[in-house]
Design a protein. Structure first.
Length: 258
């Protein structure tokens, strides 16, 4: 009898472990799928996430290899790449209608601002984001899906250690890399209704892209001045070379006429 009870207990423990692991892998896969499905629908560019790991016991998690692509017509590989993002979730809220996220931190994101005479990649992504934000133009099916889905509360969202790479056409091939100031958003979805994943994505991306564009605008002005200086130097050099060539030609002509 004792052996039977021990076997039953062992069996129960094994089932619990299997259940926890199954939920763990399901959640990881669901988060990855959610990012790669929701992202493109909002920004109209490819969004990829390498992996997700979330501990049900501690509520801590990691997201690795997040990449937001570029709109068509832009040459750089991506608009945003994040090697590592960490999050802390209130474990007991995972299965409730509103998941409480204590913090999300994007560590050392790389943001590329590529532009030309027809605007920038980040500007285009922001336009796509605004177009998908809704209001009266949002499809009823999308609004219904958001309303029915799980809600979020994010106490703090931090972007730290970021860099902005600036590359604009017409600047004599010049580029610049600048530090992105820390971005800190607080109390997102703290009301009873929470916030939808789509709305959270909109708020965060809008803040990050707007700040990156703000940072890059000064760099573009400086690079433009440098490019203008280079153009003037090149033009002066061409004039000098032409003058020397002309003078040499006239000198040769006089030599021949003697």
């Amino acid at each position: 009898m004792k052996k039977l009870i021990v076997r039953i207990l062992i069996g129960v423990v094994v089932l619990v472990v299997i259940g926890v692991l199954a939920v763990h892998f399901f959640l990881d896969g669901a988060i990855k799928k959610g990012v790669e499905t929701l992202g493109p629908s909002l920004v109209q560019v490819e969004v990829k996430l390498d992996s997700v790991s979330l501990s049900l016991l501690s509520g801590s998690g990691k997201l690795k290899g997040l990449v937001v692509g570029n709109p068509q017509g832009f040459k750089t590989p991506s608009a945003i790449s994040v090697g590592l993002a960490s999050l802390a979730v209130q474990p007991g809220s995972i299965f409730s209608p509103k998941v409480v996220v204590r913090s999300i931190t994007l560590e050392a994101p790389e943001i590329t601002v590529e532009g030309g005479f027809h605007g920038s990649n980040l500007g285009k992504i922001l336009d796509n984001l605004k177009a998908s934000s809704g209001g009266e133009d949002k499809p009823a099916s999308a609004a219904k899906q958001e309303k029915a889905g799980k809600k979020l509360q994010v106490d703090e969202f931090v972007v730290t250690g970021g860099k902005v790479h600036v590359s604009f056409a017409g600047l004599a091939g010049k580029s610049a890399t600048l530090a992105l100031p820390e971005i800190r958003l607080k109390d997102l979805g703290t009301g009873p209704e929470g916030i939808t994943p789509a709305e959270l994505t909109r708020q965060v991306l809008s803040a990050v892209l707007s700040r990156a564009i703000e940072v890059s605008s000064g760099a573009v002005t400086d690079l433009g001045k440098q490019a203008t200086g280079l153009a003037k130097d090149a033009a002066q050099s061409a004039v000098d070379s032409a003058g020397k060539a002309a003078a040499k030609g006239i000198g040769d002509l006089f030599k021949k006429s003697k």
